[in-house]
Design a protein around this ligand. Structure first.
Ligand code: PGA
Ligand code: ZN
Length: 416
């Protein structure tokens, strides 16, 4: 068995320049696996808590006192490692050990096992996988909300995915072509546009939501593609960041308007229909399973997706499935805690016929494990952004994975 022989750890910095935790797991004294914990800006209420007392240094120093407990474990055994973490931290949200430790330790362990066993990371995670289906890249090309500055759209992310593409290279190239084309469209409208970008590499212009989606659609058409069937659009509404629980209203501060839950439902439904969206993430706030169910029922060609709604939590996706509250589910390992938790979540989604979309966070590293996690969980899309080193690293890894020879092609999205 591949045995964990040592563990190193350090404070490093993420793509936003904030401190985070990186862990090295060494198997059999020589095989190094490494993982760095990402972090979100629009964090769901029910997510794992990244740091003890919100302090990376405290989290790390606590970990140093207990890390020997993990020495001697099988680095390829995700459940064994998960159980050992749970012995130290019995809380549901990893507030005692810190979700960043649960994340980095479990991913570094599989990374190290993959090197010692000389098989790809995704295959260690899912040994039964006989062929590889590649996820479509779902790229953020224009952003606002919690990821960009004042004057940008209230909605967090305007996304595209090139379902027309037959290979991953073609898909990546098409997304970046449209990202470039969009810049020209923005310049014509926002005369003071400085080419500024949000945290995930999407353009951050001084325009309102409706203009933003219009410009994205135009860029797709100018590049020669049909937004109804070839390069489809999506929106991450990140509605919980607009939701005012006290007054039970959605506040669009950029536009200076509010929407009641009924108006928000209607607004989201109109955007889905008018722009043929393939993807609508968190169109309602994180507790509104009922209105999510209405959208899901009425828009079978759109993946009505839960991010803050589900927080990569198996119990929450079970509730969502029982209410038919979504057709898509975002998987972010650090929302769940350990990689074992995240894989269980994906298994639950797959058995409920809810499509999995593996996702980056807005605060990222250049790690590319999520590309393998997307393959192992048979995700239909990977949400990674289009430009920026920490985004491109995930996309380039998919190109490397596509060289392995067991490739069946791109994910099947025929029903949407
Ligand atoms: P976050 O945003 O990583 O800042 O939470 C991404 C998202 O909401 O999908
Ligand atoms: Zn989201």
């Amino acid at each position: 068995m591949p045995e964990i022989t040592s563990i190193k750890d350090r404070l490093v910095f993420n793509s936003r320049g904030d401190k985070t935790i990186e862990i090295d797991v060494i198997t059999d004294n020589r095989y190094l696996g490494r993982a760095c914990a990402p972090s979100g800006a629009s964090v769901g209420m029910f997510e794992a808590q990244s740091f003890v007392n919100n302090d990376p240094a405290v989290t790390l120093s606590n970990f140093r006192n207990i890390k020997n407990k993990f020495i001697g474990l099988d680095s390829s055994n995700l459940q064994g490692l998960h159980n050992a973490i749970k012995e130290v931290d019995k809380t549901d949200n990893y507030s005692k050990i810190g979700g960043s430790i649960a994340y980095a330790l479990s991913i570094a362990s599989i990374d190290s096992a993959s090197r010692s066993m000389d098989i790809p990371f995704y295959k260690v995670l899912n040994p039964k996988l006989n062929s590889v289906v590649l996820p479509y890249p779902l790229g953020n090309i224009l952003g606002g909300g919690a990821h960009a500055g004042p004057g940008t759209p209230d909605l967090q992310e305007f996304l595209i995915t090139p379902v027309v593409s037959k290979s991953i290279e073609e898909a990546i190239s098409l997304n970046s072509k449209i990202h470039k084309e969009l810049k020209k469209n923005i310049e014509k409208i926002d005369h003071k546009f400085t080419y500024g970008k949000g945290d995930e590499g999407g353009w951050a212009p001084n325009i309102i939501n409706d203009k933003a989606i219009e410009l994205v659609e135009k860029a797709i058409i100018q590049c020669g593609y049909d937004p109804k069937s070839e390069v489809r659009m999506g929106i991450d509404f990140a509605s919980s960041s607009l939701w005012d629980e006290k007054n039970r209203i959605y506040t669009y501060s950029r536009e200076g308007i509010t929407r009641t839950p009924e108006e928000q439902l209607e607004y989201a439904a109109n955007l889905i229909s008018n722009y043929h969206l393939i993807y609508a993430e968190d169109p309602l706030h994180e507790e509104d399973f009922d209105n999510m169910a209405i959208l899901t029922k009425e828009h079978p060609r759109c993946l009505v997706t839960g991010d803050d709604l589900l927080v990569t939590n198996k119990k929450r996706v079970k509730i969502a499935a029982s209410k038919n509250a979504c057709s898509g589910a975002i998987l972010k390992v650090n929302q769940a805690g350990t990689l074992y938790d995240a894989i269980n979540f994906a298994n639950e989604c797959n058995s409920d016929n809810i499509k999995v979309i593996t996702s980056h966070r807005s605060g990222e590293s250049v790690d590319n494990h999520i590309s393998h996690i997307a393959i192992a969980t048979t995700s239909v899309m990977i949400k990674t952004g289009v430009v920026g080193g920490e985004r491109i690293s995930k996309l380039n890894e998919l190109i490397r994975i596509s060289e392995y020879g067991l490739i069946e092609g791109m994910a099947k999205l025929s029903n949407v």
